[in-house]
Write a protein that binds this ligand. Structure first.
Ligand SMILES: Nc1ncnc2c1ncn2[C@@H]1O[C@H](COP(=O)(O)OP(=O)(O)OP(=O)(O)O)[C@@H](O)[C@H]1O
Ligand SMILES: [Mg+2]
Length: 606
């Protein structure tokens, strides 16, 4: 029973919050707690000093002792408050940094990426990501001071109650219970307990999304072009107002609880003060003691609800969200790095064995018994309609997800058993939605570093030697001094160069997902031939809708319904007269209809 209560207590977000503080910055945490205790005890000492002073005045005794004590408590109170504020601010910043470090680990450590897309984890991810932006409450470097203030008040009340034991043993517990009631009865009004509901989270996300649409550069074109400025503003204001309404509804003062609080607090205080007055007037306690007890009885009120619940709830909520994320990620076997087996040599064969796959939370099966063997050193093109599952297949081969059933085997070894880091060193890819780093050109081509001549050679292979005037140090973003932005096709060449640079540095499998979609027709055929030459020792998997590049591959696989429906060389598939031939001829006839040099060129090459 006791252990159960203890476990429940330890699972509380406040407990986790204080635990995390200690890990984040042990030194600041000790100083923070020490100051809480000191600031909390000093008012009780001051009460004693005043009582002593009044007693001394009454007895015509020496005032030096009590006056020195009054002066010490007074100056200590004055000095400690700003010092504590500083400590709280530093501790808050360290705690925010600690939580961000943990969040980064949760986001980047898992082998797969499913957790970043999971609808169940999105709310916690958003909370853990945005907690310090001041959108839902003050940032931690400020709220730590509010929490400290609340805890100081708690210690002030407790230490005042200790003094009251000198009056009557029952007075401290009675007053503590009375003032403590405010925490339970008014908690509803201070803490937004329901902030994790779907409605709140959804309103928050929609408000945030509308805000970003309004202030970010990327959507600014569509915003103007489609006249969406008013719509975005209205949407933002609407969702934000809904948030405020929900918060107000959840935390507004409720008549009933306020009245019961008032009744309990007034009742108990009346009894204590009446008895104090009685004892003082009958001479049962001295004037000095009366001064101490009166101040102590008033001092107990410091434990009343004074924002501690609110401040602590806001500050500890992100810790709880992060802890939930960490637990989910740790429990998800799909995100684990595998048994860590290493391939002795370069892969000789990649085998998709009856692979089935559906995205988490989606009913639709994307891959439905995909079966294919790709011999090492060969090139394979994959074609299929939009949504056929081509990119999904590429992501599975990179182990960003694991198959729902079936397996991907490298020389007979399931990918899930291979060391993920070692496998990824052997694979490189250009994804359809490749990343555009706001970093120098050289970092964009070789994020983990490579000699300049290798970077330049990779850029040349991708036909990008003239990008940014050939200056590898140019930052590829207009947001930096001397920085520049590239056209869509130039970016694609940079992404290709990144993969080709990895090939030059030893990658054995090259995955190209629509690598030439944004290149002009002249560039496309030429670049792809260059890419094939640069990666001839690799296993190359090309996903493309452009048949002028597809036909250059050793074998072509047509995907439909999540499985292979045709497989063979360009010539074989044309003579088969199936789906490939239909798609090929459709595209070829489109080009003949066009009357421009580039199109003619492609048509000839088809
Ligand atoms: N992260 C995801 N979560 C859920 N569903 C997804 C996700 N990515 C893709 N899908 C769905 O999986 C299916 C296959 O998508 P995929 O991107 O693999 O198609 P594709 O063959 O590459 O299409 P395209 O030719 O348009 O690039 C689509 O129905 C798509 O909606
Ligand atoms: Mg795709």
């Amino acid at each position: 029973m006791r252990t159960k209560a203890l476990t429940r207590f330890r699972a509380r977000q406040e407990w986790r919050f204080f635990g995390a503080l200690r890990t984040a910055a042990p030194g600041w945490t000790w100083a923070w707690w020490a100051l809480i205790v000191l600031r909390g005890v000093v008012p009780a000492v001051a009460s004693v000093a005043f009582g002593w002073l009044v007693g001394a005045v009454e007895r015509h005794g020496s005032l030096t002792g009590p006056l020195v004590l009054v002066a010490i408590t007074f100056t200590t109170t004055l000095v400690m408050q700003p010092v504590h504020q500083l400590v709280s601010s530093n501790l808050g910043s360290s705690m925010a940094a600690h939580l961000y470090d943990r969040l980064m680990a949760v986001c980047v450590t898992p082998v797969g990426i499913g957790h970043l897309e999971s609808p169940e984890l999105t709310n916690d991810l958003t909370m853990a990501r945005d907690f310090d932006l001041g959108m839902m409450g003050p940032p931690l470097d400020i709220s730590m001071d509010f929490v400290a203030g609340g805890l100081v008040q708690l210690v002030v009340g407790l230490s005042a109650s200790v003094l009251l034991f000198g009056f009557h043993w029952w007075a401290p517990p009675a007053l503590l219970v009375a003032w403590g009631c405010t925490h339970w009865l008014l908690r509803e009004s201070g803490v937004w307990k329901d902030r994790n509901t779907d409605e709140v989270r959804t309103a928050q996300r929609h408000a945030d999304y509308a805000y970003r649409l309004a202030v970010d550069a990327a959507p600014s074109k569509e915003l103007r072009f489609f006249g969406l400025a008013g719509w975005v503003t209205e949407r933002f204001i609407g969702r934000r107002s809904r948030l405020y309404e929900l918060q107000y509804e959840a935390t507004r003062m409720r008549e009933k609880s306020v009245l019961s609080c008032l009744a309990i607090v007034v009742g108990v205080n009346l009894v204590v003060f009446w008895l104090l007055g009685d004892a003082a007037s009958s001479g049962a306690i001295s004037t000095g003691a009366t001064v101490v007890f009166v101040q102590a009885a008033i001092g107990v009120s410091a434990i009343a609800f004074g924002g501690l619940n609110w401040a602590l709830d806001g500050a500890s909520a992100p810790v709880a969200a992060l802890a939930r994320l960490e637990t989910s990620v740790a429990e998800s076997s799909a995100l684990q790095p595998g048994a860590g087996r290493l391939l002795q040599f370069g892969p000789k064969e990649i085998r998709f064995r009856d692979v089935h796959f559906a995205y988490a939370g989606e009913g639709r099966t994307v891959l439905d018994g995909f079966d294919l063997t790709v011999p090492a050193g060969s090139s394979l093109a994959i074609v299929g309609l939009n949504g056929a599952g081509k990119t999904t297949l590429a992501k599975l081969l990179c182990r960003l997800y694991d198959p729902t059933s079936g397996s991907i085997e490298i020389d007979g070894m399931p990918l899930t058993e291979l060391d993920a880091v070692d496998w990824r060193r052997r694979v490189t890819a250009v994804f359809q939605d490749f990343v555009r780093f706001e970093l120098p050109l050289c970092v964009n081509v070789a994020p983990v570093g490579a000699p300049d001549d290798v970077i330049r050679a990779a850029l040349a292979d991708a036909g990008g030697e003239a990008i940014a005037g050939g200056n590898l140090d140019t930052i590829l973003s207009k947001g930096y001094p001397g920085g520049t932005d590239l056209s869509g096709g130039q970016w694609q060449r940079v992404a290709l160069a990144r993969a080709l640079c990895a090939v030059r540095q030893g990658a054995e499998v090259l995955l190209l997902d629509e690598p030439t979609a944004q290149l002009d027709v002249r560039g496309e055929a030429e670049i792809f031939e260059r890419v094939l030459t640069a990666s001839r020792h690799c296993t190359t998997i090309l996903i493309s809708h452009r048949f002028s590049t597809v036909r250059l591959a050793d074998r072509i696989c047509v995907m439909d319904g999540g499985r292979v429906v045709e497989l063979g060389t360009h010539a074989e598939l044309i003579s088969l007269g199936g789906r490939y031939r239909t798609m090929f001829e459709l595209q070829a006839s489109r080009f003949t209809e066009l009357d421009d040099d580039g199109a003619e060129l492609v048509h000839e090459s088809l």
